[in-house]
Write a protein that binds this ligand. Sequence first.
Ligand code: 13P
Ligand code: ZN
Ligand code: NA
Length: 283
Amino acid sequence: SLVSSTEMLRKARKEGYCVGAFNVHTLEMLQAVVEAAEEAQAPLILQTTVGTVGHLGPEYIAAIARVAAGSVRVPIALHLDHCHDYALIERCIAAGYTSVMIDASMRPFEENVEQTKRVVELAHRAGVNVEAELGKVGGVEEELAVDEADAVLADPAECERFAALTGVDTLAPAIGTAHGMYKGKPKIAFSRLEEIASRVGVPLVLHGGSGIPEEQVKRAVSLGMAKMNVATELRIAFSGAIRQVFGENPDENDPRTYMKRAKQAVKAIAHAKMAMCGCAGKA
Ligand code: 13P
Ligand code: ZN
Ligand code: NA
């Protein structure tokens, strides 16, 4: 069955590696990352955005994730990514999600604290992990768009107060990474991350995982990042493989043909990210 991500991530932070958290939008994408995790013997976090929950329905997603968890030996958690809708968080927990993100990072600090506390109370009754965000991660993640100029790095003292006030299980401090691909390399505030990690004991979450060079991922992990979110690179691989199939044969009409290629492409990215995170062999 699906497990909470709390223990998985505490172990990762303690032992200095990072768990890959992959945003999936279809059955084949979900199967691709599950197969990669099983082959790599890596713990896994399956994630869906609010948009995907709307697209497929939380009950369908949770049912498929449960089947996946029951068919492999590696631990799998199911997480709701970037959500600031309390009712939807409730519905996902009722459907069987084992981890949720309350993202009230666009609200003033005190309001972020209050909203996060409310979700912590709800989620902890069900043994569900809670992630929250401080600062503002730049870039575009579906309906969430933050201009580069509006991206704000997390403040270390605020992170410490936030964690103490909310009892949150995992914290995503904005440290200069962004959703989507980068023009060049991300400018990651490593010394700030180091200070946040020294003040906050809970596992930290690295958003904007697509496009971060391997050495930067490794450095962030060595400084306390215990979960890395990957979305855009999976979509690019999935869609690119399908485009290629139709480029070769515009009359292709068997979904299994192009979905198989798309699945293989997603699986290859998942393997690469798990290796980079150091979670391979940690299940
Ligand atoms: P990327 O799209 O850059 O992989 O970011 C993923 C993310 O942070 C999802 O929350
Ligand atoms: Zn994110
Ligand atoms: Na990114």
